[in-house]
Design a protein around this ligand. Structure first.
Ligand code: THU
Length: 137
């Protein structure tokens, strides 16, 4: 099925409603589209131990993987920022590594879309190609 980028963006906006940004007050939502057209939502959740915060994108991806999904087509990201909320470096790594070179759909307050490829956000990515294989090479 064709990717409905606007619908995915609207699902990210919906997911933002569950965000728990206790310290930053910056609400973020994500919506991840599986290869069989399911949408898994995630939001950012913060901790008083600040570094334990999880971003909306990684939350959606880890939720999906832990529910057994392994192949993805796109991920959308929404915040209340008037511009586009672009994923942080950690999320770029997880998007590229676990979702592949998917469409990354950024949606702003006016519901305008910016669509990028994961590889555009993370050129020259570190991947498991670099890790030693069983034969030690
Ligand atoms: N955040 C996300 O959830 N996704 C992003 O792409 C950028 C940042 C969250 C982390 C933290 O809870 C808050 O936004 C402020 O950095």
């Amino acid at each position: 099925m064709e990717i409905n980028h606007l619908l995915l963006g609207e699902k990210a906006i919906e997911a933002k409603g569950n965000a728990l940004p206790l310290y930053s007050n910056f609400h973020v939502g994500a919506a991840l589209l599986t290869d069989d057209d399911k949408i898994i939502q995630g939001c950012n959740i913060e901790s008083s131990s600040y570094g334990l915060t999880i971003c909306a994108e990684r939350n959606a991806i880890f939720k999906a993987i832990s529910d057994g999904y392994r192949k993805f087509k796109a991920i959308a990201i929404a915040s209340d920022f008037e511009g586009y909320c672009s994923p942080c470096g950690a999320c770029r790594q997880i998007i590229f590594e676990h979702c592949g070179d998917v469409d990354v759909v950024l949606i702003n307050r006016k519901k305008e879309l910016k669509i990028l490829k994961a590889s555009e956000l993370l050129p020259h990515a570190f991947t498991d190609d670099a890790l030693p294989k069983e034969d030690g090479k």
